[in-house]
Ligand binder design. Structure first.
Ligand code: HAM
Length: 438
């Protein structure tokens, strides 16, 4: 046992999760999984397949992939030395790992690869509503996709996901960071603008003015933000090719009926983006400013910068924690059946009945195992079971099972019982399920 844990042993402090991290228990966990299930289902139906990668990677992967000058790499990573003195980091996002997995699996000739993933990410930021140190993302990456349509497909997929979650109040902010030539021209103009105020900029921004001026646009410092208000717009510096690409994105979005607001200062907090960048923002409540529930864009240079061939790519990620704040908790628990055995000797028979139901239906079937019959009945009640099937000696002799409803069904009012022959059981339970709540 570690020293610090021993010191705190016995105090509740030691039992608390680490600051900015939390548990999902009971209905919160069900809510969480509901959102993940919906997102996964929509992604699968759009032809994206799952990918899993480790939560821990070499620190250099993120430093190289996301950029040394980003807040995420410079200030927010959970970095540690392992026992072999290698610098490792908990992943702060999923794109760098997805690209690493793509290169490790040697898939650069099998394009495009359309992937989705979800899981915990870690950023050491100041926790507040909708911002955690361990948070969850649902991401999609389209590797080997070069067209404006593949950017639009991802944005449309995200809108479909929001629709499936019944979230309507989001705004799409859109920008283009152009190609390398566009950014080089823009950087010169931006540095010229910012140099006029250099001494008023925050220390970070003064440094970034020299090392990576685009990052200044992303500064969270209020004074920096004020000085950026009349900064030049990158959209005035797009090369003809980059401007055409962005025009196509806008046109194709409009063809799908997706509206957007252009935000020429939307550079995003990671260095790998070029061309299209976007964010979906929503107001979590009336007081606080809108928060980004998703963000993404094109990253044509990342795969090559990580040692692969030049493969264009695009992607985005939802912040699941923020979606949870917008998706109402489901009011009704799903239809659930409990199978109860009266005596220990009836357990195997009860298990077989539960399995028959589980094979026939998708709803949950509980088989409480603790205590006596009345305790098991109480547990079923507390678990929100709609009806219990009780198996005892009497019923077994008649090849039946006693059904007791714990909610109101038209064919079995609450609290009433009925013995159903086992051969008719599936049809009877199906009739309850179909008529629930009517
Ligand atoms: P990101 O904008 O850094 O992009 O994160 C995506 C989303 O994760 C944000 O819009 C937000 O909803 C959520 N998020 C970020 N930080 C936190 C936090 N501390 N607490 C709660 N939620 C948070 C990326 O990570 C890119 N990898 C997205 C991407 C995929 N681009 C291309 N492909």
């Amino acid at each position: 046992m570690s020293e610090s844990f021993k010191e705190q042993k016995g105090s509740l402090e030691a039992m608390r999760p680490v600051r900015g991290m939390r548990d999902f228990v009971g209905s919160d966990a069900a809510h969480f999984y509901h959102v993940v299930d919906v997102l996964r289902d929509v992604a699968l139906r759009h032809g994206f397949g799952p990918v899993e990668s480790p939560i821990v990677e070499f620190t250099s992967l993120f430093a190289r992939g996301l950029g040394e000058e980003t807040d995420v790499v410079g200030k927010e990573m959970f970095t540690f030395q392992d026992r072999s003195d290698q610098s490792l980091s908990l992943r702060p996002e999923g794109t760098a790992s997805a690209v690493r997995a793509f290169l490790t699996a040697k898939l650069t000739q099998t394009l495009p690869q359309k992937w989705f993933y979800w899981g915990p990410m870690f950023r050491y930021d100041r926790p507040q509503k909708g911002r955690y140190r361990q948070f969850y993302q649902f991401g999609v990456e389209s590797l080997g996709s070069s067209t404006s349509l593949s950017d639009v497909e991802i944005i449309a997929l995200f809108f479909e996901s929001l629709k499936a979650l019944s979230i309507t109040q989001t705004t799409l902010f859109l920008n283009s960071l152009g190609d390398a030539d566009s950014r080089a021209a823009y950087k010169t103009a931006l540095v010229e603008h910012l140099s006029r105020y250099a001494s008023e900029l925050s220390a970070d921004s003064q440094r970034r003015l020299q090392t990576n001026p685009l990052r200044v646009l992303d500064s969270k410092d209020p004074q920096d933000q004020r000085l950026m208000e009349d900064a030049p717009s990158i959209l005035d510096f797009l090369t003809p090719d980059a401007a055409r690409f962005f025009d196509r994105v806008k046109e194709e979005l409009s063809q799908l009926g997706i509206t957007f607001t252009i935000d020429p200062h939307l550079v995003r907090g990671l260095d790998y983006y070029d061309h299209t960048t976007f964010e979906l923002k929503a107001a979590l409540d009336e007081e606080s400013p809108p928060l980004a529930v998703a963000g993404g864009g094109r990253y044509n240079g990342l795969i090559q910068s990580m040692g692969g061939p030049p493969v264009p790519a695009t992607g985005a990620a939802f912040g699941i924690d923020r979606l949870l704040l917008l998706v109402p908790q489901p009011h009704r628990a799903p239809f659930t059946v409990g199978v109860l055995f009266a005596e220990e000797g009836d357990f195997a028979e009860a298990w077989k009945i539960a399995q028959r139901l589980r094979e026939a239906f998708a709803f949950p079937v509980l088989l409480p195992t603790e205590g006596d019959l009345s305790k098991r009945l109480k547990y079923a009640h507390k678990s929100g079971v709609a009806c219990v099937l009780i198996l005892g000696q009497d019923e077994r002799q008649k090849e039946g099972i006693r059904c007791k409803s714990l909610t109101d069904f038209p064919n079995l009012p609450e609290g009433q019982e009925k013995v159903v022959l086992q051969k008719d059981l599936l049809a009877f339970v199906s009739s309850l399920n179909n008529r629930e709540g009517h």
